[in-house]
Design a protein around this ligand. Structure first.
Ligand SMILES: [Cu+2]
Length: 164
């Protein structure tokens, strides 16, 4: 146990990697079982619930129909809550604007602070009118949800339930 704690002090990222594995993993294109379309509005998703069978690999095609920037992020409730200060930081630095993402500023900041790069395999962050995709393998029993962590959106209920 002592060794484990020491290990965490030395390599705190291990915790993040660990929780990533807990929610499944990035899926491979040639293993996609189904395609699900997700529409993002201000501030909700259509559909509001996503039904998945365990071990399925899903390709999500995500489109932002809203007037604001939105995120589609697959994680546990805990992970979403932990991710939110990162998004507030992005807003404070002018990287994340209400209806725009400043990609140049994001690149600049990412050189100093990696959390600002905002490229995680379990999420897509889109400006109004943009679409993106995400392939996820649901080899997990953990309770997870899709949510938007743009400041204020999670609180206003921008969450899609994932039933496994
Ligand atoms: Cu949102």
């Amino acid at each position: 146990m002592k060794t484990f704690i020491l290990f965490l002090i030395l390599f705190p990222n291990i915790l993040y990697a660990g929780s990533m594995k807990m929610i499944g993993e990035e899926g491979k294109l040639n293993e996609v079982d189904r395609i699900i379309e997700i529409k993002m509005y201000d501030n909700y998703y259509i559909p509001t619930e996503i039904k998945i069978k365990k071990n399925e690999t899903i390709k999500f095609i995500v489109k932002n129909f809203g007037d604001l920037v939105h995120e589609f992020n697959i994680a546990t409730k805990d992970m979403h809550i932990k991710h939110q200060p990162e998004m507030i930081k992005m807003m404070e630095h002018g990287i994340l604007l209400g209806n725009k993402i400043d990609k140049e500023k994001m690149k600049e900041m990412a050189k100093k602070d990696h959390s600002m790069a905002h490229s995680h395999s379990n999420s897509v962050l889109l400006e109004p009118g943009q679409s993106g995709k995400l392939i996820w393998k649901f080899n997990t029993d953990t309770k997870i949800e899709a949510a938007c962590n743009v400041p204020g959106h999670y609180e206003s209920g921008m969450i899609a339930k994932i039933s496994l």
